[in-house]
Structure formats: C-alpha cells, structure tokens
Design a protein around this ligand. Structure first.
Ligand code: PGA
Length: 249
C-alpha cells in the first residue's frame, strides 16, 4: 500500500471575479473542514491574493494556472515565480492542454517552467494527455511518454518526487465524456511506470485524473490504485459540487 495523500484541485480556468472567488471560498471552507485530503484552488491571477487571504489558517492550498520561467523581464502579460511566491501561492498548474493548444505552449518551455517552479518552491501540477486522434491511433502511451520525458527533462530524478502529474485526456476535458475507470487507471499506471523507469521515486508522486470529473463519477475514479486525486474544471466552480468531490476521497 502507498501512503499518497489524495489531492483534489479546482481549476477555475478563466472564471470568477475577485468577489465571486471570495464567495466561493467562504462557502467551501465549512463544507470541507473535516477532510484529510489536500485541497487546492487554482484561481485566475487576479483572484489569487483574495483566495490566499480567505483560506489563511486552513490547509487549503492555492495554485496559479500558469507562470513564466524567468524571474522578471520584458515579457508583456506574463507572471513570474517570485510574483506568485510573494502572494503566498504554493503551487502552479503547468502545461494544461488549453495552454498547449491555444497559447502554443511547448514542451521546451514547460521543461524550463517546471524547473523554475521547483526552484521557487512552487509545487508544479504538470498536465499531460493525448488527443482523441492519438488515442484512436493507439498512440496514447507514446504521447504520454514523450510529454513526460520532455517536460521533466530539466530536473533531476530526486526532484520528480515533488511534481504532481495530472493525466488529462484532451477528449475528456469539458466534454462530459469522462475516461472509463479502466482507461484512467491504465494511463496513470503507465505514467508511474515512466517515472519509475526514469529513476524517480514514482511511488511518492501524486498522479491526478482530470476530464469531466463530477460528484457522480469521482468516487469510482478516486478509488483506482494509481489515481491519487483529481483536477476538476467545470464541477469546481460550484462549492457544493466541488465539496462533494473532495468528500469522495
Ligand atoms: P473539466 O476540466 O473538469 O471541465 O473537464 C478539467 C480540466 O481541464 O482541468
């Protein structure tokens, strides 16, 4: 048996103003007061400070949804690790498929971002996952292995233990088409195999499933041996629904 603490993250994407974020946190905290799991909220940049302040004194962690690898510089529109650390942000989502797809995020940039996040003691939540075409072509494992090798290329094996991996099949994100438990388990076990083969302490790494996680399917997914948590998009916008997913751990 492993001793990985379950990890449930709310990826709000481009949703919620500061006022809406405050309302959410106030509604969520009493609902999850008894949980033993790690609960992480990933608001847009503008709501980070508010969520950090509202959750002070609780075990809830706060993550950004992206960061630049440089500490500062001429990168209009970007936010750096030191800027997040100053706000007491503890983690950062990196390589979400929406960033890869709509903002041309490359594996080369991600390798630098993962290393920069760790250097600033921000926990990276690295997203990987295949497209529908890749799955249909039987290339799921090839895609996952390529992404993991490339995105973790700039850190040493020991540091991999400090990275959270989110397996997010692109065809399951925001579509209501959740991966079957067999598909989720198979992919997460494969990810752990890749990390182990690389020489990392794979048994320590939290591997999350993401893609249409809802209260109705969370318990079944979270019970899988290699699924240690969930990265939740749509269902994380409502405090009651998100609390129900936390309760499923
Ligand atoms: P979803 O999004 O839960 O709305 O499918 C998951 C994600 O993109 O992290």
């Amino acid at each position: 048996m492993h001793s990985r603490t379950p990890y449930i993250a709310a990826n709000w994407k481009m949703h919620k103003t500061v006022a809406e974020a405050a309302e959410f946190v106030d509604a969520l905290l009493p609902r999850i007061a008894a949980t033993q799991s790690d609960v992480v909220i990933c608001p847009p940049f503008t709501a980070l400070a508010e969520v950090v302040e509202r959750r002070r004194g609780t075990a809830v962690k706060v993550a950004a949804q992206n960061m630049h690898e440089a500490d500062s510089g001429a990168f209009t529109g970007e936010v750096s690790g030191p800027m997040l650390v100053e706000l007491d942000v503890e983690a950062v989502v990196l390589g979400h498929s929406e960033r890869r797809q709509y903002f041309s995020e490359t594996d080369e940039a991600l390798a630098r971002k993962v290393a920069a996040a760790l250097a600033h003691e921000l926990e990276p939540i690295l997203c990987v996952g295949e497209s529908e075409e890749a799955r249909d072509a039987g290339e799921t494992e090839g895609v996952l292995e390529r992404q993991l090798q490339a995105d973790l290329a700039a850190i040493d094996d020991l540091a991999v233990g400090g990275v959270v991996i989110a397996y997010e099949p692109i065809w399951a994100i925001g579509t209501g088409r959740t991966a079957t438990p067999e598909q989720a388990q198979e992919a997460c076990a494969f990810i752990r195999d890749v990390l182990r083969a690389r020489g990392a302490a794979a048994e320590e790494v939290r591997i999350l499933y993401g893609g249409s996680v809802k209260p109705a399917n969370a318990a079944e997914l979270l019970a899988l041996p290699d699924v240690d948590g969930a990265l939740v998009g749509g269902a994380s916008l409502d405090p009651e629904e998100f609390a129900a997913i936390v309760d499923a751990t």
